[in-house]
Design a binder for this molecule. Structure first.
Ligand SMILES: *Cc1c(COP(=O)(O)O)cnc(C)c1O
Length: 395
């Protein structure tokens, strides 16, 4: 049976492809070190698991959940947003649950992008921005993120012809895959820009709590008047070690929230109520696990910076996320280098091109394995002379 044009328009999901290569190496008997995944290695905090245990025993929770989330979840999410960012959102009109922000990104795009519409997205970025735009029949326009612009896009460089067809502009700070962060001044600029051009601004804030060295990530809703034009997607996946639970939420512009909820009510039937109760426990419970995990990631980051620099790189410590965006040796493509890392050293790193055309020349290294395993990855690189200056050394 012929598949839809929609399905033909998108490439296979990159991480599924990378995982196939990893599995093939494992099948060959290689002890693979996976620095390719963005999934916290620490468990979900016990008070959250405990809340789920309790909620699952209550038959009230066994029925269909209400569309857009339970009152308890939306109220607790709003209170968390207020406490964390000092921002007021109305739980009834300015909040909706998401089955993770991946789903939220997709349904936001489905709510706004038609054939011929443009979605302005960062490049490199989380692949869903691009693929969901293609699934909707729309066209992605890439804003290049490079070391020269500190991975902050130049909004003024977007051509007028693109702005005329654009319905959405997506941002993600702290950012995957670059680990970059931004300040509130840039967010203010983005809000002003989107207001001027009548574009819905979508901020993906999946890494709000994963920050180091005193950096605190802002919410776009801290910009006065941002709610006129912006929504923000939050996820419990990375902050609360809850990737498998599938829970997040969107806040901001009431009209946009209503539109996303309308799509969702026709496609899914929300999140199991017991999981929403676990989410409430996450918002209201102790936060020491966040400090604990950030201390672990920071230790790994410092180790990675030190060891990479010994191998000829000049990388700076990231202040957010658990990703390091590393240039590949001169004369090699991202795919060449990722291939070499797997074949020679048994290390999985996704090629930068998995995140967009401007990912060429980079690989992403994630810090989701313990320090010992991470150190072994660098030992193996040293052993196989995988260095930043290796191409020059060969000449
Ligand atoms: C992990 C990630 C997501 C997806 O998070 P879920 O809530 O688990 O769906 C969304 N955006 C970015 C940038 C991510 O890295």
């Amino acid at each position: 049976m012929e598949v839809s044009a929609r399905l033909k328009a998108i490439p296979p999901y990159v991480f599924a492809e990378i995982d196939k290569k990893r599995q093939a190496a494992v099948a060959r008997g290689v002890d693979v070190i996976n620095l390719g995944i963005g999934d916290p290695d620490q468990p979900t905090p016990p008070h959250i698991v405990e809340a789920m245990h309790k909620a699952i025993d209550n038959p009230v929770n066994h029925h269909y959940p209400p569309f857009g989330g339970t009152k308890e979840f939306k109220t607790a999410a709003s209170a968390w947003v207020k406490k964390r960012f000092g921002v007021d959102v109305d739980p009834d009109t300015e909040v909706t649950t998401l089955i993770g922000s991946k789903e939220g990104l997709h349904n936001t795009i489905m709510a706004y992008i038609d054939k011929g519409d443009i979605n302005i997205i960062p490049d490199p970025a989380y692949p869903v921005y691009r693929t969901s735009t293609l699934l909707a029949g729309g066209e992605p326009y890439f804003m290049p993120l490079t070391p020269a612009n500190h991975f902050i896009p130049d909004l003024d460089a977007i051509p007028d012809a693109v702005l005329k067809k654009a319905k959405l502009l997506m941002l993600n700070y702290p950012g995957n895959p670059t680990g970059a962060h931004c300040d509130l001044a840039f967010m203010q600029k983005a809000v002003d820009f989107c207001k001027k051009h009548g574009i819905l601004l979508v901020h993906d804030l999946a890494y709000s709590e994963m920050t180091y060295d005193g950096y605190v990530a802002p919410s776009i809703l801290q910009v006065p008047g941002a709610k006129d034009i912006a929504i923000e997607l939050h996820s419990l996946s990375k902050s609360y070690n809850m990737t498998g639970w599938r829970i997040g939420f969107a806040i901001g512009n009431a009209e946009a929230i209503k539109n996303i909820a309308k799509i969702k009510s026709n496609v899914d039937t929300d999140i199991f109520k017991a999981i929403q109760m676990a989410g409430v426990a996450a918002f209201e419970g102790p936060t020491d696990h966040i400090e604990h995990c950030n201390a672990l990631y920071k230790e790994r980051r410092d180790l990675a910076v030190e060891r990479l620099n010994q191998l000829g790189w000049k990388v700076e410590p990231i202040k957010s996320t658990f990703y390091m965006w590393i240039p590949v040796p001169t004369g090699m493509s991202s795919a060449d280098f990722a291939g070499l890392m797997l074949d020679k050293a048994g290390i999985v790193v996704p090629p930068g091109t998995a995140y967009g055309p401007h990912g060429e020349g980079f690989v992403r290294m994630s810090l989701c394995v313990d320090k010992k395993r991470l150190a072994e990855a660098f030992d193996r690189m040293a052993q196989h002379s995988i260095r930043f200056d290796m191409a020059k050394a060969k000449v």
